[in-house]
Structures are given as C-alpha cells and as structure tokens.
Design a protein around this ligand. Sequence first.
Ligand code: AMP
Length: 273
Amino acid sequence: MIIARNAVELRAALDSNTGSIGFVPTMGALHIGHRTLIERARKENERVVVSIFVNPTQFLAGEDLSKYPRREEADFKICQLSGVDVLFYPEVSTMYTHDEVSIKAPDVRGYILEGAIRPGHFDGVLNVVMKLLNLVHATRVYFGKKDAQQLTLISQMVQNFFMSVEIVAVDTVRESDGLALSSRNVYLSKEERIEALKLSASLKRASHLVIQGVRKSDEITKVMLNILEPLNVEYVTIVNRRFEAIDEVLIGDTIVLVAARVGTTRLIDNVWM
Ligand code: AMP
C-alpha cells in the first residue's frame, strides 16, 4: 500500500494507472461501516484509493474537530488488510490555501435538517469532496446511506458540475443490536449507548408501520417521537430522495430520518424505503 501525504504524491501513485479506480473518502477512526465501503470498492474496481482527512471546513465553531477520534496506526493497518492500493493521508496545509474559490451547498437542500443545525457544514463537505474527486480521478466513489443528506448533495454536485464519476450508495452497517456504526459512538458511555438504541428502534418501528400499511408521515413520526423520549431530539422527518418533506410515504422514494443528542453526542440515523 502506498501512503500519499499530499497531492503530488497522490498523483505520482496514480498517474500510471489505466484501470478503474474505486475511491472511499473518510475521516478515519475506521469501523466496519467504512470497511464495508472499502470491500465493495475492492470488488468493483482494479485499484482502491481511501482518503483519511478530518476536514476542518465542515466542522462549525464549537464542534468536535479537535477531539474527533484519530487512530492513525489502526487505520493504516485496516486499510492495508482491506487491500487498499493507495491511502491518501494529507495534512490540512496541503489541502487549503488562503482566499480560495469555493462552492456552496444549495440554498434549500443544503440548509435544512443537518444543514439547519450545522449551517455551512455541507459547504465544507462539498468543497473537500470536490477537491478529493479532482485529485483521485475515481471511476466510482463510495458513500454511506447513513449520511443521506450528504449523499444527496454530493450526487447533486456531481450532476450540477457535470463531473464524471459514478456514485455508489452503500447501506448502513449496524451493530447486532441495531446501533448504526459511527466514529462518534466512542463518545458514548455505557448508559448512553443503551439510550442511543432508541434511534434505530424508532426507525425499525417506522418500517413496521409502513409494512402494516401506514403511510401518513405525521402518524409515523408521532410514534417515533414516543419511542425517542426522553432524548433531546433535533428532528424526525420523512422526505423523498430529493429531500423534500412528504406527507405520505411512497415506497421506493422515501427516507425516514432522525437526529438526536445522547448526552453531548449528536447521532443521526435513517432508513430508506
Ligand atoms: P466519515 O468517516 O464519518 O466521514 O464516513 C466516511 C464514509 O463512511 C461516509 O460515506 C459515510 O456515510 C460512511 N459510513 C459511516 N458510517 C457508516 C455505516 N455505519 N454504514 C455504512 N457507511 C457508513
């Protein structure tokens, strides 16, 4: 595995490549969710590139940038064992200069839900993903459905800027008790981890209601909110794939989303129907 620490080293590692490239962008602290994306990329491409970059521009002031988990040694090992060809591990100073050209998330879709609670977060995400995609020249790029709004916005960016990369959306990987894997789960105490199960439990209930024929969004969200008590819920909402709020579930075009704080840790989860 080649470890590239800046853009020049990355291009040197990839310039002679002629086959397909599968790319998995991450912020590190790799878990089985990330590994699932890497394995999928490994199966579908001749070469696999993973980036580990805790991108400062997507963290708001007061967020967990400085304490975001960093696990360099373990992450390198996971990448190596997962058959990654090139690991891109840049310093912040090699990725940004002063007074840059930047792109902005769309006014509505980029500033509702996650974007309302974290205004500007998606601007940071889109800018770094644009940079990474322009560097890697990937054939396919892999994102988790867990970050559904991020995935939708990146798909829109790729369309709006006529970028030639295929986006592969990967199902959320969960612990056996339902908790969605997240690098932020390490912040949870034992008691909080049990409380955190309310997110996936509420989504499971939503799925059951839909299977039973319930379609009204407000009926479903009401039941979910009861399950989520007494967590500090930021939103429970039902949207279509374009992230427009919908009154009724339409199978094949619906995402049920939840965001809540468990102690001081923000968790998000969702189910695609
Ligand atoms: P992050 O390191 O949190 O930026 O995540 C990197 C990629 O892994 C993103 O595309 C995430 O959506 C994806 N990801 C994170 N958690 C999971 C999970 N539990 N299952 C599947 N993909 C995930």
